[in-house]
Write a protein that binds this ligand. Structure first.
Ligand SMILES: NC(=O)c1ccc[n+]([C@@H]2O[C@H](COP(=O)([O-])OP(=O)(O)OC[C@H]3O[C@@H](n4cnc5c(N)ncnc54)[C@H](OP(=O)(O)O)[C@@H]3O)[C@@H](O)[C@H]2O)c1
Length: 308
């Protein structure tokens, strides 16, 4: 059998064909329903373009198990799963590591599921890493992104007293307000408003210090972007502020039981109607258009490629 698979470099990508892979020991073969395209993919393709290489990148995937390699426990053919696949994710058939996927409820739309399995997991895990408690105030940067819009929704759902959304362009204000933000600021504004207890920073660079300066005494900034940045330690001392680093990869590798608890909590919040993942969908063949949307920083919510 042949699968459809995406070959990409720089800003352009095309869908070609390749033989269906055979799952090796400890691997699952998954027929994908949807794959996520985000800023990580844009960065990876830009780097590949500079090297003149075509790549077959990884990403988050939702689909159904169609075959099991030897020595796989805990999964069966027909299970619906979602999680991260490190390479060749942009295809209609993918090989998955069972440690990085988990069950997805049958009734959840593939786009919503795709938004939750990574972005939702990151957003909830960051609120926990930032020791958020109900009644506190939260500021989220990159607040309209696949991860950020769910952080806004989760802060609201988990009892934040005030949620501030920081975005690159005022055009995104209506979207982030629909997600539950009380206030919207753009990065360029000299002040991001009254102090907050928790900042979730998905932008990096100058936003890091700006976020620290917006923290109330004992406030915590969770830094999760690949955008770098630095903070003047002296600006932390007087008001006992903290900066906490976060990657979902570290959590996946070292705290699988916590990841499972967070995933279960996300499905419960979704079923209770307290989360509304937003996504823009493209067919797999329009992968270049999907990449362009993210590269232009114009996406609202998760960008999803439908492989079915
Ligand atoms: N630590 C982790 O485990 C982890 C995992 C996945 C993603 N991330 C980070 O989370 C952030 C959001 O990722 P995502 O996949 O949710 O985003 P996404 O859905 O692809 O949304 C992209 C949006 O993020 C904002 N953004 C922030 N930094 C950007 C940059 N350097 N280039 C382009 N857009 C940027 C832009 O909105 P504005 O113009 O409004 O800012 C853009 O529209 C990124 O910084 C990413 O590196 C971290």
């Amino acid at each position: 059998m042949l699968r459809r698979i995406c070959f990409a470099a720089g800003r352009s990508a095309e869908v070609g064909q390749a033989p269906d892979p055979v799952p090796g020991p400890g691997q699952l073969l998954v027929r994908a329903e949807a794959v996520g395209a985000g800023v990580g993919l844009v960065r990876l393709l830009a780097a590949a373009g500079e090297r003149g290489e075509r790549v077959r990148p990884g990403g988050e995937v939702v689909g159904t198990v169609v075959a099991l390699g030897p020595d796989v426990a805990g999964f069966a053919v027909g299970d619906r799963v979602g999680g991260v696949v490190f390479e060749d994710a942009f295809a209609d058939v993918v090989v998955a590591d069972p440690r990085l996927v988990s069950p997805v409820p049958a009734e959840v739309d593939a786009g919503a599921a795709l938004a939750l399995v990574r972005g939702g997991l990151i957003a909830l895990s960051m609120l926990r890493a930032g020791r958020f408690t109900p009644g506190e105030s939260v500021l989220v940067t990159a607040a309209a992104s696949g991860t950020g819009h769910l952080a806004v929704q989760l802060a609201r759902a988990l009892g934040a007293a005030r949620v501030v959304a920081a975005v690159g362009s005022a055009d995104k204000a209506g979207f982030v307000r629909e997600c539950g933000a009380d206030e919207v600021v753009t990065y360029a504004q000299p002040s991001w408003g009254d102090p907050v207890d928790v900042v979730l920073d998905g932008v990096g660079g100058d936003a890091m210090q700006h976020g620290v300066d917006t923290l109330a005494p004992f406030g915590r900034l969770v830094a999760f972007s690949a955008g770098g940045g630095s903070v003047d330690v002296a600006s932390l001392l007087g008001d006992a502020k903290s900066v906490i680093g976060f990657t979902i990869g570290r959590l996946n590798r070292t705290r699988p039981e916590l990841v499972e608890r967070h995933r279960a909590e996300l499905w419960d919040l979704l079923a209770a109607g307290r989360l509304h993942p937003r996504h823009t969908d493209f067919p797999l063949e329009q992968v270049t258009e999907a990449i362009e949307l993210v590269a232009a920083r114009a996406n609202l919510g998760r960008v999803v490629l439908r492989t079915g």
